[in-house]
Design a protein around this ligand. Structure first.
Ligand code: SF4
Length: 222
């Protein structure tokens, strides 16, 4: 039997969901320039940049890829040099051994299984060596097909402060956010939180007094 009460409850947005809508609108006004900070010209460069960005800054990755992408343009190019040469070329991003190994493995699979193209689904992307869910999420979103919500250190901190999740584990935080954030905002939501986290909701000293969310935030200090 249909339950009208249950249906009505489903239709009425929960306060948390309403709050998320306000948060997205205000942050979109505040950080209209919030986009990915990595520089890339095509899906392959995007994928490599995101793989290199683990444990380092986007600025650092961009510095390295300026010359890297002149030398390596196609998946074949990454396999045409000895592993040590690629290691030297990505050295400045840190963890260069693991990163170059993962990049070469990924290029091999792109050629063998995906016709040399970067796949678009999370399922396919996470099959690539060294490509975990977060990397796959970033790539899919930037290619215009977000299938989840990217959770990095800023997204985690802000979601917790804004009372959108009580979880610590990124996968569980993502699950909470996917329930709350409208699907059409999955792509831009993490960028908005990341830029707000860098400019206002700083890790040590959040600037609550100038924060446009301070009346929506349970952690506000004003
Ligand atoms: S009110 Fe303070 S804690 Fe809340 S989001 Fe803004 S800066 Fe962060």
């Amino acid at each position: 039997m249909r339950s009208f009460v249950a249906e009505a409850r489903r239709r009425v947005p929960s306060p948390k969901r309403e709050r998320v809508r306000g948060i997205v609108q205000r942050l979109a006004r505040e950080h209209a320039d919030a986009t990915i900070a990595l520089t890339f010209r095509d899906p392959l460069e995007l994928l490599v940049s995101v793989m290199l960005s683990a444990q380092t800054t986007d600025v650092n990755v961009n510095r390295v890829t300026t010359t890297l992408f002149e030398k390596y343009r196609r998946p074949e190019d990454y396999l045409a040099v000895p592993q040590e040469e690629l290691e030297r070329d990505v050295f400045a991003t840190g963890f260069y051994r693991q990163k170059s190994k993962a990049i070469r493995g990924t290029m091999r699979m792109l050629l063998d299984d995906f016709g040399g193209e970067v796949p678009r689904t999370l399922e396919e992307l996470t099959r690539l060596p060294g490509v975990a869910r977060k990397t796959a999420n970033v790539v899919a979103a930037e290619l215009g097909r977000p299938q989840g919500v990217v959770v990095d250190t800023h997204v985690r901190r802000l979601s917790q402060r804004l009372g959108l999740t009580k979880e610590e584990d990124p996968v569980k935080i993502e699950r909470d956010l996917m329930k709350l954030v409208p699907r059409e905002d999955w792509g831009r939501f993490p960028h908005l939180l990341i830029w707000h986290g860098r400019r206002v909701c700083l890790a040590r000293n959040p600037r609550c007094e100038v924060c446009v969310l301070n009346d929506l935030c349970p952690s506000s200090r004003v």
